[in-house]
Design a protein around this ligand. Structure first.
Ligand code: AMP
Length: 147
């Protein structure tokens, strides 16, 4: 059987993130895969920075929200033993940046959380759905527990 070699976990730091982190850890150990993690900054304005859209995690952040996002990402990275150069904080749209990063880093499995959606939310679509339709590789949408 072919196993996955490089998994990308996309995290939004919602309350359900723990569930997806645990599942990612289990799948990575079973396939002995390398893990990268990414959070897309789609909720804070991009400050004037020399880094472009990819944020250096070891740099001092003036913006309190950005600092918090870096800490959140590093906490998950430490939990999953992800090397620092495989922790990504990127400005932009989640669908586009997650898929672009997967192509750039030769990812063979993207893991996202998935909420059961109905009605208007279903029509508007979800990040999981967007990624599924644009990813250059397999995608695992982990069904999140009901809120
Ligand atoms: P949503 O459909 O937007 O509620 O998000 C479902 C899943 O998409 C989350 O559990 C994450 O895996 C991923 N996701 C959503 N927003 C982001 C983000 N800003 N950065 C990285 N992953 C995200």
């Amino acid at each position: 059987m072919t196993t996955y070699q490089h998994i990308l976990l996309a995290v939004d730091f919602s309350n359900d993130t723990d569930f997806v982190i645990n599942k990612t850890g289990d799948i990575a150990s079973l396939s002995r895969a390398k893990i990268s993690i990414v959070h897309i900054l789609d909720n804070i304005p991009m400050p004037d920075t020399s880094y472009g859209t990819v944020i250096a995690l070891n740099d001092e952040a003036d913006n309190a929200l950005l600092k918090q996002e870096k800490e959140n990402l590093n906490t998950i990275g430490d939990r999953l033993n992800v090397p620092e150069n495989q922790r990504w904080l990127i400005w932009g749209s989640p669908k586009e940046e997650i898929c672009a990063l997967a192509a750039q880093e030769n990812i063979d499995l993207i893991i996202v959380g998935s909420h059961g959606r109905h009605g208007l939310a279903l029509l508007l679509g979800s990040t999981a759905n967007d990624v599924l339709h644009h990813a250059p590789c397999d995608v695992l949408a982990v069904r999140l527990p009901n809120e």
